[in-house]
Design a protein around this ligand. Structure first.
Ligand code: G3P
Length: 221
């Protein structure tokens, strides 16, 4: 399973990269807006930090405009994946970009029918939003399971990227369902490290180590 960071913040990305377990980054217009730079500028900086797929979103609404915006974004760096919203114009843009060899990530996917359409169009990645479905009382994990079944039935190559993950339980659930990628807000990545028994165990190990050190010092005197 690949781990992406769901962030446009350079400090978070640097810290994630230093851990050695991050394979890529997803951004969206809301995340980019928080950083105060243009999309192109921020994406270029992110590409300098990590060698992996970096999703950058188009913000236009017609297929023709999305295609030209997508081509522009793809020229920023070879690792850029063009993020396109799930809508008829977006899907036409995905099909056209796929013919040009431009990789796309179909975002704002909330149903299996939408994911099926994205795969048919030749999307490189589809992004179902788990947390936002849970928020409205719909089973987000169930969507991931349905998409995995459908893609498996037909051998679609489109990778399933579980997005809108709110905690480590979400990550474990989508991993059990076989999602190819989990995109993690930095806070979620941090929570995945924690366990009280790890903290307690480490404290005890260090205490025992220090005690045996002082004992051996005493013996050697
Ligand atoms: O980038 C898409 C997605 O991960 C957004 O998550 O938390 O805004 O629902 P959230």
């Amino acid at each position: 399973m690949k781990f992406f960071l769901d962030s446009a913040n350079l400090e978070e990305i640097k810290r994630g990269v230093a851990l050695g377990i991050i394979d890529g980054v997803t951004t969206n217009p809301s995340l980019i807006a928080k950083e105060g730079y243009s999309v192109d500028e921020q994406i270029r900086k992110i590409c300098d930090l990590i060698d992996g797929d970096i999703s950058a979103a188009v913000v236009s609404l017609t297929a023709a405009e999305m295609v030209s915006e997508g081509r522009r974004l793809a020229r920023i760096h070879k690792n850029v994946v063009v993020k396109v919203p799930m809508m008829p114009e977006g899907i036409a843009a995905v099909a056209s970009l796929a013919q040009d060899g431009v990789r796309t990530n179909v975002t704002l996917c909330f149903s299996a029918a939408q994911a099926l359409i994205a795969a048919k169009a030749g999307a490189y990645i589809v992004s179902p939003f788990v947390g936002r479905l849970d928020d409205i009382g719909v089973n987000g994990l169930g969507l991931i399971q349905d998409i995995m079944t459908i893609y498996g039935n037909y051998g679609f190559k489109t990778q399933v990227l579980a997005a809108s993950l709110r905690g480590s339980l979400h990550v474990i659930e989508v991993a059990k369902a076989g999602a190819h990628i989990a995109t993690l807000p930095y806070k979620v990545l941090q929570t995945m490290f924690g366990h009280p028994l790890t903290d307690k165990g480490l404290e005890q190990f260090l205490k025992d180590h220090n005690q045996s050190l002082s004992l051996s010092e005493l013996v050697s005197q």
